[in-house]
Ligand binder design. Sequence first.
Ligand SMILES: [Zn+2]
Length: 603
Amino acid sequence: MSGFSSASIERVKEAADIVEIVSAYTDLRRSGVRFTGLCPFHDERSPSFSVNPQEKLYHCFGCGVGGDVIKFVEEKEGLPFPDAVEALADRYGVELEREQEDPRAQEQRRVRTRLGELLKRTAGFYESFLRDAPQASRARDYLAARGLRPEVLAEFGVGCAPGTWDSVLVRGQQAGYSLEEIEAAGLILRSQKGRGHYDRFRSRIVFPIRDARGRVEGFGARALLPDQKPKYVNSPEGPLYSKRRTLYGIDRARPAIAKGGRALLVEGYTDVLACHQAGIRDAVAVMGTAITPEQVKLLSGYAEEAVMALDADRAGREAMLRAQGVAGGRRLRLRVVRMPAGKDPADLLAEGDGASATAFREAIEKAEELPVFHVRTLLDEGDLSSPAGRDRALDEVVEVIAAMSETITREELIREVADRLDADPGLVARRIAGAGRGSGRSRSPQQQQPQSPLAEAGGEPQAADRPARQRTLSARETRELALLAMCVAWPAEGRDYLERLRDEHFSSPVAARACRWIRDHPEEPTRGLPDGDEPLLAYVTQVAMRAQRERGSPEAMEINFLELEVAAADDQIESVQSGGGEPPVELQRRRAELAERIARAHG
Ligand SMILES: [Zn+2]
């Protein structure tokens, strides 16, 4: 349900250059009509990733991923389907048509578009003011003192709001916007006394806050004068901006996050800038210290892991621990970077000799898993000098460790706790086993989650989410795939087999569905696949690409078909036997006959 007409989605696919798009992630070489390269979805040494520029399809013979050009952008750039379509349409200059939408939604979209244009225009004004205006020298000096270079300021569109009361107000009106619109965009305030309006941001460094696609949604503004209060002002919540949904820098960081599967969470705007300037391209900032469920949802679309490099003060530590509860239901692994007290990433990266920057990078790589960080924090803060104090600390850490899945990390942590508490590791382990069985005591937030996020992240990806990925096919699955591919490669002979194949011939529902789909769409099976049915899309794509790679032969089709008949007969025999019965004689005779025909077919 993208809201776009299927004709315009087809036009986007036509216009998109899949080789260009994939090449941003892996080097492709031409090989006949196709391009091949190392798979950007799994680690490999020899290329099994294949791109078909005519069909606009990709497929990996190693890990089984595959799909069309839109699917690639969804997966690799971490965009939901409608956004991936829009991003490609923007890039290749295709105009998208929307399907009929109700008048209210249409009106809302019109308002949002207009406000978005006003914000973009205003961001441009702030940016040029910072770059050129003599009055902005203090802002330029501040940013330079933080070690931020003009290129990174330009990349993020950093600007400066002048000290005047009506620069933005007047410019907005001159551009044809009404007072109501400028107010709805969060750019002006109504004065208390009179009926006048004035600019919301004055004498401030302004950071445009953009959504994942780079559209300005609002601004964060830092005070420029020493006595100016408050230090930070943000756009108000409105039709475009919502603090809870926003991650500063997500538009610039998205490709790196999707590529590496990791996001680095920092606190401030300048931390994000400093990280990106230093080549740490997956950094984004949470707006405020608390991480919201909306932000976790946004991140878990792109990343498997979020590494938090937040302030090491008490509030910062508590925010990180609360994040565990927030992330619990999502498949997002959380780790914590130990930051030196009173330092933020921008400080560390700006320090002259580069030693702190190196230490910061190492700290990111060595970031502790959140429960480990939690346990160490409890031990650091507990009074371990008396037996009673050590008992209290043990009570607290037992709760945290009991919620962890059983890993080597957990085992090592248990030894570390025993060591620090001067206790027998057996005692600690017994206490944890007791807590794990549920002692009826109140449980900490992360334990209320159905499953620890660490366990989820560490476990096998759920089959429904990631079909056929990272898994080798069984002999039967390979035959199913090969036969369907040959049916596509040899349409005349294939039609006969497609008619004879039944669901029982296949070992998985998706393969059976793919067979039915191909039977109904034999000419171009990859065209018009239903949106949202990813397993079917992946399977049919795989079939289509295999059809081009290895055409097989009518003889091979016959053998594969007979083998699938045998497999279906075996299934039937097995199900009779598992019910305690004896398979009917005809079934056994048929099984034997099939085996004989296979032997003959092999010649
Ligand atoms: Zn792969």
